[in-house]
Design a protein. Structure first.
Ligand SMILES: Nc1ncnc2c1ncn2[C@@H]1O[C@H](COP(=O)(O)OP(=O)(O)O)[C@@H](O)[C@H]1O
Ligand SMILES: [Mg+2]
Length: 234
């Protein structure tokens, strides 16, 4: 595969077989803190691709529109080419990470309602939090697109919270990306332990990228457990 279109932090993007598709290939590279911390984690690409593919297929079967077309090989997928909306949507069920830090709420405190946060997708600006009026004011997305994204995120949260519970995993929070495909808004990018916080329901052990961020060790063991448990229930 040549003609790389985009060399991302954790994936590479290549042209697809036609103009409306792309090939995304997962890499073993792990990054955190806006790329400051970076390491190769052997096997991460394969595991994240497998987890994300299971989840996207599951969501699609439940009526969520996604970019996923099919698996090409262990690390590569064929997707619908989208015009990525340059905001990330973070969904939080339990306080953790930047939310805990910013608002002084201990990690692990169950939130009284689901929290939705937008952040600008900009590595150079450090992905700052942005509100709906700011997003529409600078022309990143229209209000009705954001409403659709919020509706989809809420549905995805209900579906995934239940799915992970069946796998004895607590879905603490996760990040979503969306794109425009024709006249549709579709779920893009990935859903994996790189983009979610996932805690063991029984022990509270972290099974996600916080193992890498916080040097907790056994990063791939955590990711591997998530995949094994999902395979058992999907
Ligand atoms: N269906 C899609 N169409 C176009 N771009 C996509 C699609 N899905 C994901 N992308 C983009 O491809 C890139 C994937 O590589 P990644 O390593 O995540 O990059 P980044 O360093 O920007 O996070 C991201 O920039 C993501 O927004
Ligand atoms: Mg990314």
């Amino acid at each position: 595969m040549n003609d790389i279109l985009y060399n991302g932090k954790s994936k590479n993007v290549f042209p697809g077989p036609d103009k409306d598709s792309l090939i995304i290939r997962y890499k073993d590279t792990a990054t955190a803190f806006n790329g400051e911390k970076k390491e190769e984690l052997k096997g991460k690409g394969k595991i994240n691709a497998a987890i994300s593919n299971l989840i996207f297929t599951f969501l699609q079967e439940k009526g969520i529109k996604t970019h996923f077309i099919k698996e090409i090989d262990e690390t590569s997928i064929l997707v619908r080419k989208a015009d990525i909306i340059l905001v990330e949507l973070i969904v939080r069920n339990t306080a953790a990470g930047s939310f805990s830090k910013k608002y002084g709420i201990s990690e692990g405190i169950e939130l009284k309602n689901t929290v939705l946060e937008f952040s600008l997708k900009s590595d150079s600006l450090g992905d700052p939090m942005i509100n709906i009026s700011q997003i529409t004011a600078i022309g990143i997305a229209e209000r009705k697109e954001l409403s659709l994204m919020i509706d989809m995120a809420e549905k995805i949260n209900i579906l995934l919270t239940d799915l992970f519970l069946k796998a004895e995993i607590r879905l603490i929070d996760f990040k979503l990306e969306f794109g425009r495909c024709g006249n549709e808004i579709v779920l893009c990018d990935e859903i994996s332990p790189d983009s979610c916080r996932l805690w063991d329901l029984q022990t509270g052990d972290k099974m996600d990228k916080d193992r890498f961020r916080r040097d907790l060790g056994n990063v791939m063991e955590g990711y591997g457990k998530v995949l094994d448990r999902l395979k058992r229930i999907i």
